[in-house]
Design a protein around this ligand. Structure first.
Ligand SMILES: NC(=O)c1ccc[n+]([C@@H]2O[C@H](COP(=O)([O-])OP(=O)(O)OC[C@H]3O[C@@H](n4cnc5c(N)ncnc54)[C@H](O)[C@@H]3O)[C@@H](O)[C@H]2O)c1
Length: 427
């Protein structure tokens, strides 16, 4: 098949790379000229394991093309897959301006039946609005479908090739058949449904994952009050197959470009449909509270933070990505700076992106450079290499041998055996 994937971000570029790898001819379109110029040379604009190899291989095989032109790509495509961002607007609702623009630009150039498939996470009930926008311009027949994306940054290629499920929301058997054919080489359970249900599956899934994280954080808070160990409690809870272990790790809270924004958008969306989503409001409140609770742990170790030197390990919202969108590290660091602390940070991948958001801190060249002469060491992202740090060296380099582990990455007994005080979350 010939496809146009609109938006060369985390979702769009991975989608384009994977569908071209599977033998389709794919145009990947973005309005960002600089990004497209780089991609034409095989330069991937963000860190995602294996993605650069997929991109380079498929450019060389003449299956993957990059463009900024709708006219050059859309008329040749049977399916257009829209993967533009839907960031939060000020009121928490999803900002759909990129989506509207992508849909209208597509409509202006379609010359034959085109299946416009939305992968971006968008609120339920927009298909009529979108159809009206396309009808205004389109000279040909078109149809909308929804195939929400569930990939995780850091394992995006594997998640796309081996998803748990592929949700296909359509209005017609023709659209359903086209999408089943496109996804045929990919394994995973097929969930065939209407467009609204498909969109709701995406919001409900992210809301449930956020609920699991906040639940674990609430239990962690109780563990601290009850002198229990949350890592053992959650190991025991997650061992029940009805519950499962994923997303039950307490910490500084969920972040990233999806969970926080989708929870807020879902609350706003529910209100439009006359439902007060109080459960999700509580999930959001627990998540926000984790930041303050973590900063309070720093205060209780150091007293006043004015002039104190603090090392922060980990800036990305999770390991194996350089994505800083809604990363808890930013909120934590801004809090520490507001209290007069001096921060030195290190992250294996995200420092270039972090410098654009928090330029006022120092950036270290490695883990040990970050901790030299510091009053405390904070772990904010669970990069695996942090768990391998040489604690003997940490003991000598830190001015005050204290580690506050916001991800429960280290073993408290081992840290303490090196003469370093350890504070975790709920243990
Ligand atoms: N990042 C994730 O892990 C993830 C996972 C599942 C779902 N999603 C959803 O997928 C969507 C995309 O997310 P993302 O993280 O890939 O976003 P992103 O910000 O990384 O990428 C969006 C891209 O779209 C481009 N763009 C904007 N308007 C355009 C237009 N009119 N025409 C062409 N290109 C345009 C931007 O330049 C950008 O490169 C969102 O709705 C998000 O909620 C994201």
């Amino acid at each position: 098949m010939t496809l146009t994937v609109i938006g060369a971000g985390y979702v769009g570029l991975v989608t384009a790379a994977v569908f071209s790898e599977l033998g389709n001819k794919v145009f990947c379109l973005d309005i960002d000229h600089q990004k497209i110029a780089g991609l034409k040379r095989g330069k991937v604009p963000f860190f995602e394991p294996s993605l650069a190899e997929y991109v380079k291989r498929n450019i060389a095989q003449k299956r993957l093309y990059f463009t900024t032109s709708y006219k050059e790509s859309v008329p040749k495509s049977q399916i257009v897959i829209i993967c533009v961002g839907t960031p939060p607007a000020k009121n928490g609702e999803a900002d759909l301006s990129y989506l509207f623009s992508a849909v209208e630009e597509t409509a202006k150039v379609i010359l034959r039946y085109t299946l416009i498939t939305i992968k971006s996470t968008i609120p339920i009930g927009f298909e009529q609005d979108l159809a009206a926008r396309v009808k205004k311009y389109a000279k040909s027949n078109f149809e909308f479908a929804s195939v929400p994306e569930f990939l995780r940054e850091g394992t995006a290629i594997q998640d796309s090739l081996h998803p748990d499920r592929i949700v296909i929301g359509t209005k017609s058997p023709k659209a359903q058949k086209m999408l089943l054919e496109l996804h045929a080489p990919i394994d995973g359970k097929r969930i065939i449904c209407d467009i609204r249900s498909a969109q709701l599956i995406k919001y409900a899934s992210n809301a449930f994952l956020a609920t699991k994280v906040s639940f674990a954080n609430a239990i962690a808070t109780l563990c601290e009050k009850m002198a229990a160990d949350v890592t053992k409690v959650m190991e025991g809870v997650g061992a029940d197959r009805r519950i499962g272990t994923n997303y039950l790790s307490p910490g500084v809270g969920y972040g990233g470009s999806c969970l926080p924004k989708d929870v807020l958008a879902f609350i706003a969306l529910a209100t439009h449909f006359d439902y007060e989503f109080e459960l999700l409001r509580a999930v959001d409140a627990v998540n926000t509270g984790q930041i303050e609770s973590f900063v309070n742990k720093v205060k209780s170790q150091l007293g006043t933070l004015k002039g104190r030197k603090i090392a922060v390990l980990g800036l990305a919202f999770k390991p194996n990505t350089d994505d800083m969108r809604d990363a808890p590290s930013v909120k934590i660091i801004n809090h520490l700076l507001a209290l007069g602390a001096k921060v030195t940070a290190y992250d294996p991948q995200a420092m270039e992106n972090a410098k654009k958001i928090i330029p006022q801190i120092s950036y270290a060249k490695d883990v040990y450079d970050a901790m030299r002469g510091q009053d405390v060491l904070l772990i904010v992202t669970e990069w695996p290499q942090f768990s391998e740090m040489d604690l003997k060296q940490a003991r000598t380099l830190l001015k005050n041998p204290i580690i506050i582990d916001g991800r429960n990455l280290l073993d408290p007994q081992i840290v303490k055996s090196h003469g370093i005080s350890y504070v975790g979350i709920g243990r």
